[in-house]
Structures are given as structure tokens and as C-alpha cells.
Design a protein around this ligand. Structure first.
Ligand SMILES: [Zn+2]
Ligand SMILES: [Zn+2]
Length: 225
């Protein structure tokens, strides 16, 4: 009998450890390259800060990512988001957990007090039925025993994908799109999103958090596109 949980989500081979969701040879297909621990740019060594950060410094302080947005990771993320392959959430969350562990070694990353998934506007979430960032953040919160907070950060209106807009439309698109009213006075926060593309949405959220006294913002993402 083929129960999905006991087969690799990529090659469909039976798995020795069901909960992992992926076999070791497919895991090796992920091209996990060193990256900048601040902005996420691909580098030859793991380091904090790079030329790209100097030109265009992100508002967050640290980033953790599994790899670049390329196959097969890009394909898994796509299946997870658009084909409602819900069981992929734990597999992707587990890969992100390994990336967090790696960042603890490579960048001496200190774990945050709270994990906050990037919210969707309620209408969008209602249509989709779930918030993909929250699905990723939930198991990580359990595994690391760090509280998950889905209350403090809210999306107050719908926005359009930044990639579809011109520069001036982009600025208006995100204006006052997020509201941060923390239920506790957090100092170190991890924001979770499935993919970080231009980074402008994340920067906009960071501005709100910094205004409320957050000292360190980490971005945990499956992939930097
Ligand atoms: Zn496989
Ligand atoms: Zn950088």
C-alpha cells in the first residue's frame, strides 16, 4: 500500500524514516551554497555582509534560507503553494530547520524569542484556505520550542505582488499595508515567509517592528529568489 507519508515527495521511493518526507539522494539534489547571512546573496563562503548589502542594506539583520529559488526546491514550493500538497509543509519546514541549525554554526545565530509568520490579507487567506508562511512556521515553533505569534502582525489591506509593479507603484502598494501591535515587548524576532523576492515587503514589515523597539530581526525563508 502506498501511503504518501512513507514515500519520497520527489522520486516516490519508499522512505526509511517516514517523517522526513524526502530521501537522502533527493536531499542531495538541493544545491545548498554559502550565502551572505545579512541579505542572502550567494557567495563563495558563509559571511555576514557583502557588496550587495553595502549598496542596498536590508532593514532586517539576519537571514536564514535553505537555498536559492531553483529546482528542485522551487518546484516543491510551487507544489506546496498552488497544488495544495499540504504534506509538503513539514518536509519544507524540516529543511528550514536544518538551515537554522546551519546558521547557528556558520553565523553564530542566536535563536529568537518569538516566531512571526508574514500574514496574508484575510480575504486572500480565506480564498486560499491557509497561510503558507504559518504552515512552515508552526512545526518549527514546536521543534525549537519558541512561541508562534500570529496576532501581533497584521496585514491591513490587500497588496499586489511587487514584481508586477513599476517602481512608483511599488512604493504606494506597500504603504501602511502592515500593522504591528505587539502583544509582548519583543527584542529578537524571526519573521517567516515562504519566499523572499525583492525584499521590499519584508523591509516594510521591518520598519514597523523597528519602530516598536525590536532590536534584532531575523528573516527565515525557504528561498531567496
Ligand atoms: Zn527521493
Ligand atoms: Zn549581503
Amino acid at each position: 500500500m502506498n501511503i504518501w507519508g512513507f514515500r519520497c515527495c520527489h522520486c516516490d521511493k519508499p522512505l526509511a524514516i517516514a517523517s522526513q518526507g524526502i530521501c537522502s539522494s533527493c536531499y542531495r539534489l538541493l544545491s545548498q551554497k554559502p550565502y551572505c547571512g545579512c541579505c542572502g546573496a550567494a557567495l563563495t563562503h558563509y559571511q555576514l555582509g557583502c557588496g550587495k548589502c553595502l549598496r542596498d542594506e536590508p532593514k532586517w539583520h539576519r537571514i536564514v534560507q535553505i537555498s536559492e529559488y531553483k529546482a528542485p526546491l522551487a518546484e516543491w514550493i510551487h507544489r506546496f503553494k498552488y497544488q495544495q500538497n499540504y504534506w509538503l509543509d513539514r518536509m519544507l519546514a524540516r529543511l528550514l530547520l536544518l538551515a537554522i541549525r546551519n546558521a547557528q554554526r556558520e553565523f553564530q545565530l542566536k535563536l529568537p524569542e518569538v516566531i512571526i509568520p508574514v500574514p496574508l490579507f484575510w480575504q486572500r487567506q480565506w480564498k486560499r484556505g491557509f497561510n503558507q508562511a504559518e504552515l512552515i512556521a508552526q512545526p518549527i515553533s514546536e521543534w525549537l520550542q519558541i512561541p508562534l505569534d500570529t496576532q501581533s502582525l497584521q496585514r491591513t489591506r490587500a497588496t499586489r505582488p511587487q514584481q508586477e509593479l513599476t517602481a512608483s507603484e511599488r512604493r504606494n502598494n506597500l504603504r501602511k499595508a502592515f500593522c504591528y501591535q505587539p502583544i509582548k515587548n519583543y527584542q529578537r524576532v524571526a519573521l517567516v515567509d515562504d519566499v523572499v523576492t525583492t525584499g521590499s515587503t519584508m523591509n516594510m514589515i521591518c520598519i514597523e517592528l523597528l519602530k516598536q523597539g525590536v532590536k534584532e530581526i531575523q528573516v527565515w525563508t525557504l528561498a531567496r529568489a
